[in-house]
Design a protein around this ligand. Structure first.
Ligand code: SF4
Length: 344
């Protein structure tokens, strides 16, 4: 069971003001407290501008960090992968990816996932529960405590389908973006979905303008259904319709994730079909040579095949990039570290 104590991470200025009023503290304490919460520090006792009696009470009656770092694996390329424990004993993963003058934290939105994509280690675990907004935000704070600086970007690409945990994800986005929170620009926040059409439409209407990434992986409904069960519920026509709406309402370029799998979705016909269905959509395609999981049928394509596929898409008029593999020596693909820890 989750502890019933008040959790500080995930709360906004208004909620902390209510808490301080409940504690009988002057109103300026809320601002002091929110600054400490998201600075962050490791423990309440380090919030040195708060009086000792208030720190004591906060320690007794609240939980500051809902996550604790269990292990950090460091890759030779600077990538760090975190296994975090939650208050109820569940585990999640987050990844820190430094790159030149920017850095990205990849966070989880659920424990496990019910979407069942066949190429994904998390999908094979099944669904356990949604994360709270505090648990989502705290993943970024745990990384900051370890690396000593704020990331420039945060991507919801770890364990879970963010749009299946809509309200907690939205709340966490507000905290990550708020000037009193982590103050990360809305354009630097990316939500990645496997294609939950109602969630995409809802997000379009929020008027937030965050970056949307969509796992497409095939431009053919039948083929897509074989690797992504969600495609049996929302077909490509419905998905593309929602993406056009998102781009039109937000003016943001959508990232189309395409995991290239040798012999499955890397033919000239696959490339042609992809250019056809994306014509007219404000988007760019991110090609990802698939990272095969144990027991999966997917095979990694050769570099030359990836380059060929990229050139076919470019010739078709698409904007394309190839995602560099990061942290291969530390099992950075999502779900792998938790699987090893829990023996699943
Ligand atoms: S790829 Fe994403 S949506 Fe699909 S099973 Fe894995 S975590 Fe879930």
């Amino acid at each position: 069971m989750m502890a019933s104590k008040n959790v500080l991470v995930g709360q906004g200025l208004e909620e902390l003001a209510e808490l301080m009023a409940e504690f009988g503290e002057p109103s300026y304490r809320a601002k002091q407290l929110v600054e400490w919460v998201y600075r962050p520090v490791a423990a309440i006792e380090q919030m040195s501008s708060l009086p000792l009696r208030l720190r004591d009470r906060l320690m007794r009656e609240t939980i500051y960090h809902p996550c604790s770092t269990v292990t950090v694996r460091r890759s030779q390329d600077g990538t760090r992968k975190y296994l975090l424990a939650l208050q109820d004993g569940e585990h999640i993963e987050s990844v820190y990816i430094p790159e030149n003058d920017r850095s990205t934290v990849c966070i989880s939105s659920q424990v496990g996932c019910q979407m069942g994509c066949t190429f994904c280690a998390t999908g094979g675990m099944g669904f356990v529960r949604n994360l709270t907004a505090g648990e989502i935000v705290d993943q970024v704070l745990q990384v900051i405590l370890d690396v000593g600086r704020r990331p420039s970007n945060v991507v919801f690409m770890g364990m879970g389908e963010p749009l299946a945990n809509y309200s907690a994800v939205l709340r966490s986005i507000k905290v990550l973006n708020a000037p009193w929170g982590l103050n990360i620009g809305i354009r630097q926040l990316t939500v990645s979905t496997c294609g939950l059409v109602p969630g995409i439409r809802k997000l379009a209407q929020e008027g937030l303008g965050l970056t949307l990434a969509v796992s497409l992986h095939s431009a053919d409904d039948e083929k897509r259904s074989r690797i992504m069960p969600i495609a049996r519920i929302y077909n490509l026509e419905e998905l593309l319709d929602a993406l056009h709406e998102y781009a039109a309402r937000t003016g943001r370029r959508i990232t189309i994730e395409y995991a290239l799998m040798d012999g499955f979705n890397d033919s000239p016909e696959d490339a042609h079909r992809l250019t056809e269905i994306l014509r007219g959509l404000l988007c760019h395609v991110n090609l990802i040579p698939v990272n095969p999981i144990p027991g999966g049928f997917q095979k990694k394509p050769r570099d030359s095949q990836v380059a060929r596929f990229e050139s076919w898409l470019r010739r078709g008029g698409l904007v394309v990039s190839i995602r560099k593999e990061r942290g291969a020596d530390i099992e950075a693909a999502c779900g792998q570290l938790r699987g090893r820890w829990e023996g699943v």
